[in-house]
Design a protein around this ligand. Structure first.
Ligand SMILES: C[S@@+](CC[C@H](N)C(=O)[O-])C[C@H]1O[C@@H](n2cnc3c(N)ncnc32)[C@H](O)[C@@H]1O
Length: 390
C-alpha cells in the first residue's frame, strides 16, 4: 500500500471504530484485525502503519469524532507530511477543502474531562492518560531462576517488576512459556502488594477475572496458603485454570458467582478471610493508554452503574474479612467517585473498619487511599485503599 492508501485505510477503519463506540460494538483492536483479515494484499508493514494511524487519531480526539476523515484531519492539522497525503490520487483520501472541519481535540468528552478535573486530574496529568503504555512484566517468585529473563528490561518500583521496550516479544520467550514471567502493569503489581498477603494466609480475590492478580497473590501465600478466586464471568474464570498450571501456583480454588447472589454463595467464608481483594469493575479511566477509545464509550449512567456495583462489592467483601483482616479496594480509575469518595462512603457505612493506607514504593495519598497515575508513577492509573477490620 502507498502511504496515502494507508491513510485512506485508517479513515475507513476509524469510521467503523466510531460506529462501534456509538453502538457498543467491538473494540478498535478487533476492528483493525478484522479489516485486514479481508484484505490479504496488505502486508505486515501496512497493518502496523494503519494501526498506528488509527490509534494516534483516537488518542487525539477527546470525544467521538463526526467521521474517520474528521479524526484524521485532527492529526493532519499538526502534521504537514500527513496533510500532503490527502492528494486525491488513486486509493488516497480526497484533497482537504479550505474550510473543512477537523474533529475537536482534547483528553475526553467534556463531562468526563470535568469529572477528572474535579478529581485533580488536569493538564499534564490528564494528557499522560493517553500516552503509549510501557510493557511491564512480573517475575513469578514461585519459579524465579528456572529460565533467564528476556534481555533489555529495567527494574520497576514493584518488587518483582521489569519494564521492556515497546515491541519486545515477551510471549515468545522461554521465560514466558515456562511460567516464569507474566505480563502485568506495575500498577497492578503494586495493587497486589497492597494486599500484603503472607505465606499461609487465606485470601479471597472477589473479582478475579482471568486471575492476573490472583497469580501474584498466590506467589505470596505459597503452598500453605489458600486463594479463592471468584467472578461472575464464567469465561474469564475459566482462563485462570491454565494460567495457574503454567505459573505453578498452589492453593487456588475458583468459585463462579451469580450476580445478585454473591453473599449467599460465599456464606461459608463469612468473617474468615485474612484478606479480601475487591478489584472492582470500573470506568477504566486509568487504562486509556491501552484502550483510548474507552473514553468515547463511557456515559454518566454507566459510571453510576459502576459506582453502585463497587459499593455493593465492598459490602459483600467486608462481611468475609476476619477481625484484624484487610479489605483492599482497587479500581483502575482516577475518578474520585470510584476511589476516594467510594472509600469514604464505605468507612461511614462500616464503622468497624478503619483506613490504613498501604505502604508502597510509588503513589500519592488520595482520601483514605493511594493513587497511582501515569504522569506521577509511570503506571496505569489506580486507586487503592486498605481497609482494616478492627
Ligand atoms: C477489573 S476486572 C478484574 C481484573 C482481575 N482482577 C485481574 O487482575 O485481571 C473486574 C472483574 O469483576 C467481575 N465482576 C463483575 N461483577 C461482579 C460481581 N458481582 N461479583 C464478582 N465479580 C464481578 C468482572 O467479570 C471482571 O472480571
Amino acid at each position: 500500500m502507498t502511504p496515502a492508501a494507508r491513510v485512506q485505510a485508517a479513515i475507513e477503519v476509524l469510521d467503523l471504530v466510531i460506529a462501534a463506540a456509538r453502538d457498543n460494538g467491538p473494540p478498535a483492536d478487533r476492528i483493525v484485525a478484522d479489516w485486514f483479515r479481508t484484505r490479504r494484499f496488505a502486508g505486515s508493514g501496512d497493518r502496523r502503519a494503519v494501526r498506528e494511524l488509527v490509534f494516534r487519531a483516537i488518542r487525539a480526539c477527546g470525544d467521538v469524532p463526526q467521521s474517520g476523515r474528521a479524526a484524521m484531519l485532527r492529526l493532519a492539522n499538526d502534521d504537514s507530511a500527513l496533510a500532503a497525503l490527502f492528494d486525491g490520487s488513486r486509493h488516497a483520501p480526497a484533497p482537504i477543502a479550505p474550510d473543512e472541519p477537523a474533529a475537536p481535540g482534547g483528553t475526553a468528552p467534556a463531562w468526563l474531562a470535568e469529572a477528572l478535573a474535579a478529581s485533580g486530574v488536569t493538564g499534564a496529568d490528564a494528557a499522560a492518560l493517553l500516552e503509549r503504555a510501557p510493557l511491564d512484566i512480573r517475575v513469578n517468585a514461585l519459579k524465579a531462576g528456572i529460565a533467564t529473563l528476556p534481555e533489555g528490561g529495567a527494574r520497576t518500583a514493584a518488587p518483582h517488576g521489569w519494564r521492556y521496550p515497546h515491541g519486545t516479544r515477551i510471549e515468545d520467550s522461554p521465560a514466558f512459556r515456562d511460567g516464569m514471567i507474566e505480563v502485568q502493569d506495575t500498577g497492578s503489581q503494586l495493587a497486589c502488594m497492597a494486599v500484603g498477603a503472607r505465606p499461609g494466609e487465606s485470601v479471597i480475590d472477589l473479582c478475579a477475572g482471568a486471575g492476573g492478580k490472583t497469580l501474584a497473590l498466590a506467589a505470596e501465600t505459597g503452598p500453605s496458603g489458600t486463594i479463592l478466586a471468584c467472578d461472575t464471568d464464567r469465561g474469564r474464570l475459566a482462563r485462570l485454570e491454565p494460567r495457574t498450571a503454567r505459573a505453578g501456583a498452589p492453593g487456588i480454588a475458583t468459585r463462579l458467582l451469580d450476580p445478585g447472589r454473591e453473599a449467599e454463595a460465599l456464606a461459608d467464608w463469612r468473617d474468615r478471610a485474612d484478606a479480601v481483594l475487591v478489584d472492582a469493575p470500573c470506568s477504566g479511566t486509568g487504562t486509556w493508554r491501552r484502550n483510548p477509545e474507552a473514553r468515547w464509550r463511557l456515559n454518566p449512567a454507566q459510571l453510576a452503574r459502576y459506582t453502585g456495583l463497587q459499593a455493593r462489592l465492598l459490602d459483600i467483601g467486608a462481611a468475609l474479612v476476619r477481625p484484624g483482616g484487610r479489605l483492599v479496594f482497587v479500581t483502575c480509575s482516577l475518578l474520585d467517585a470510584e476511589g476516594a469518595e467510594q472509600a469514604a462512603a464505605f468507612l461511614s457505612r462500616w464503622p468497624g473498619f478503619r483506613a490504613e493506607p498501604p505502604v508502597l514504593p510509588a503513589g500519592t495519598p488520595r482520601g483514605a487511599g493511594i493513587r497511582l497515575s501515569p504522569a506521577h508513577d509511570g503506571t496505569d492509573g489506580f486507586f487503592i485503599a486498605r481497609l482494616v477490620r478492627v
